[in-house]
Design a protein around this ligand. Structure first.
Ligand code: SAH
Length: 346
């Protein structure tokens, strides 16, 4: 075991079977060993600093119908909302006052927000906050649209592929929209000025250990700047309502492996991780993550951005979330940094 974790830390190539062994022998001892190494590696670049992003969930309308997601088109029980441009700008103003220097605009794939409207909004945020980074998480768009967003002033794009395993995608997204995205992620990452951040999704309902290993290898090959990874959590109004949730232990193990594979990557300790365990975000940081993303959306709409059941932090004002996260990080000997938190220069 030590042999494998040491190899990972030294950035030596691990065979498929070796990754598989790690995932199949996910004991507390193995996780402790991996998280010690992951903290060491993360510390070399980030010290005890945690980057912070202000998340603005600006619309929960979505044209897609992914079986796992609470804001899927087919969920008629979802109460839909779309923030106005002014409301989004107000979120930025509040976030700026609270010390955020990165705004993440995330939403369902909402045809009600045209690409032109989006670009106009980005321009306004760029003009109002020249010292801030603007990250977009809007799903797959044609390449020209990414370029238009980039020209308007956006800096980063979080393009989620969920998993690169075709069989899982066929079982979870009608029309295979996410499979298209996987190929798109691979292609665009080689062409675009944007900093890509694929998201890996740790779930067990269709995912086998072999699938997870293949996803790890896919991400290694892609070498992204950011890796979003969180556990799958069922949502009561989706076809996956009875599927088994991803576990804390598995997510933490994967975070540590990813940190050792990609020492400089930006890896968030996600809200989903905080939802499956009250200390999930702290444990995520201790496993090697280095980003937290508190919510800046107006409290009135928070509950409606319901991707999965029991999502945390839906009742707290942005300022409360900010203070709460700072305290949580201090509690484990880490500190939230208030600069833009760009990917470290090579
Ligand atoms: N449309 C945007 C934003 C998507 S937000 C984009 O493509 O970037 C939705 C993200 O939340 C998904 O990409 C997925 O990673 C996560 N998610 C959706 N349903 C989930 C669930 N049931 N459990 C955990 N995470 C989920």
């Amino acid at each position: 075991m030590n042999n494998l974790t040491e190899k990972l830390e030294k950035k030596q190539f691990l065979e498929r079977d070796e990754f598989k062994w790690l995932l199949e022998n996910n004991t507390p001892e193995l996780r402790a060993d991996l998280s010690n190494r992951a903290q060491r590696v993360s510390g070399e670049t980030f010290g005890k600093g945690v980057y912070v992003r202000g998340l603005i969930e600006f619309s929960n309308y979505c044209k897609n119908d992914c079986y796992y997601c609470g804001i899927r088109r087919g969920n008629e029980a979802a109460h839909r909302y779309r923030l106005s441009e002014q409301e989004i700008l107000d979120c930025c103003a509040l976030g700026y006052d609270l010390g955020f220097r990165t705004f993440v605009l995330q939403g369902g794939e909402d045809p009600g927000f045209s690409d032109e409207q989006m670009a106009a909004l980005i321009k306004k945020i760029r003009a109002g906050y020249p010292d801030c980074a603007i990250t977009l998480s809007l799903g797959e768009r044609p390449r020209e649209v990414y370029e238009a967003f980039y020209a308007a002033g956006a800096n980063r794009y979080l393009l989620r592929h969920e998993t690169a395993q075709r069989n899982i995608i066929e079982n979870s997204t009608p029309g295979n929209c996410c499979w298209k995205t996987v190929r798109h992620v691979s292609r665009i990452s080689k062409q675009s000025a944007f900093r890509l951040a694929p998201a890996l999704w740790s779930a067990r309902h269709h995912q086998t250990v072999d699938n997870l290993v293949a996803d790890l290898l896919f991400i290694k090959e892609l070498n992204p700047q950011m890796i979003g990874i969180g556990p799958f959590i069922p949502h009561q109004h989706t076809p996956y309502k009875d599927a088994k949730a991803g576990t804390l232990e598995e997510t933490l193990l994967l975070i540590s492996i990813l940190r050792l594979m990609l020492p400089k990557a930006l890896i968030p300790a996600t809200t989903a991780l905080g939802t499956i365990d009250p200390k999930g975000r702290e444990l995520g940081i201790l496993a090697g993550a280095n980003v937290v993303m508190p919510n800046l959306s107006p409290v009135a709409v928070r509950k409606d951005y319901s991707l999965y059941d029991n999502k945390i932090c839906t009742g707290d004002e942005a300022a409360e979330c900010r203070v709460c996260l700072s305290k949580r990080m201090e509690g484990i000997g880490y500190e939230i940094l208030t600069h833009r938190g760009d990917y470290p220069q090579e």
